[in-house]
Design a protein around this ligand. Structure first.
Ligand code: F6R
Length: 241
């Protein structure tokens, strides 16, 4: 694991954006795995800036998002599909047909999960961007005795619903279920970027990166992957020796 600690959020954002852009510039039909949440917003802003400066084109690229809420459609401004359009897709030249998210409105989640996994298998992810939940989740793979390898629907932990409530008008509106790539799918990515910021994540960063590999901290499984680049701001990295 390569761990890089940045003095400022801005530097982290630029570094992560440049990493993703360099993959696309080397391989124009690259497959990017993308995340939502608050952490990637600054990274997407920097990608859009570089796109506007004509430093990169996404015409041939494909993207797979990690997850989506169950029961809200892409027109709902809390859906991850909406978020991706708002923060990235509508500002760059990627054809909409090359951007994939799990369909949270699918009638049958098992079929949707199998369909999503088959698409990822056909187009393996070159580089996957991840954020980190306070409980160690990646995607919506919540701490558990067992983790599911492939894409699956998941009941969100109360702490995750609470953490995400800030994006919703009320706690009642926060969906109870999501559909997420599994840890197995994530670990199949060629390269993984884990981007984490903020003092409130310092403890879970330490646990995930230096603690035992355990399904009760799903991000600790990243320790088993050969090419993980961890990008931290000073606060998130403050407990690492
Ligand atoms: C989002 C996702 C989540 C977030 C995590 C951190 O697609 O998969 O695992 O990365 O909850 O969220 P933020 O960045 O909002 O702290």
């Amino acid at each position: 694991m390569e761990i890089i600690i940045f003095d400022t959020q801005q530097e982290l954002d630029i570094y992560a954006a440049d990493l993703l852009i360099s993959v696309v510039n080397e391989k124009p039909d690259a497959v990017l795995g993308l995340a939502t949440g608050s952490t990637p917003i600054g990274i997407y802003d920097k990608i859009v800036e570089k796109f506007n400066e004509k430093k990169v084109s996404f015409k041939e690229a494909t993207t797979f998002n990690l997850d989506e809420y169950v029961g809200i459609g892409p027109e709902n401004d809390q859906s991850y599909a909406y978020y991706m359009n708002k923060h990235l897709f509508s500002h760059i030249d990627i054809p909409a047909a090359q951007t994939y998210l799990p369909n949270g409105m699918a009638a049958n989640m098992e079929e949707e999960s199998a369909r999503y996994d088959a698409m990822i298998q056909a187009k393996p992810i070159d580089i996957q961007l991840l954020g980190l939940g306070h409980n160690g989740h990646i995607g919506f793979n919540e701490p558990d005795d067992n983790l599911t390898g492939g894409t699956h629907s998941v009941k969100l932990k109360e702490e995750t619903r609470l953490a995400n409530a800030r994006f919703f008008a009320s706690m009642e509106e926060v969906p109870g279920y999501a559909i997420t790539m599994g840890v197995g799918s994530i670990l199949k990515s060629n390269t993984i970027i884990l981007a984490v910021r903020g003092a409130d994540k310092a403890e879970i960063v330490k646990e995930a990166l230096t603690g035992p590999i355990t399904t009760s901290v799903p991000a600790s499984l990243l320790q088993t992957h050969a090419r993980v680049i961890v990008l931290l701001d000073r606060e998130a990295g403050r407990l690492l020796g």
